[in-house]
Ligand binder design. Structure first.
Ligand SMILES: [Ca+2]
Length: 110
């Protein structure tokens, strides 16, 4: 399963391209441009599993840093500050990583 099976390449390009400038990342706008919120919960789960590269069942901080690359290889790395902000937004139970339910909530909130 690849991101391009779930989301259109145009939307991926537009969403990643919108945050090409350092420190500009906003997950709400990102998910909005991607059209992720309109997707079924099943598809959002599939996106989660792609981003969970080591299949640990959680998106950890080091996976969040490369979240844009998870969508397209030319995505930039998030800065440490952006990564932390995204983690704080998504990590509702404070365990330092994002679980699948937290990811679904994060998308729903966007
Ligand atoms: Ca993981």
């Amino acid at each position: 399963m690849a991101m391009s099976d779930l989301l259109s390449t145009e939307e991926i390009k537009a969403a990643v391209g919108a945050f090409s400038v350092a420190e500009s990342f906003c997950y709400k706008k990102f998910f909005e441009i991607l059209g992720l919120k309109k997707k079924s919960q099943e598809d959002v789960k599939k996106v989660f599993h792609i981003l969970d590269k080591d299949q640990s069942g959680f998106i950890e901080e080091d996976e969040l840093k490369f979240v844009l690359k998870g969508f397209t290889p030319d995505g930039r790395d998030l800065s440490d500050k952006e990564t932390k902000a995204l983690l704080v937004a998504g990590d509702k139970d404070g365990d330092g990583k994002i679980g699948i339910d937290e990811f679904i909530t994060l998308v729903a909130e966007s």
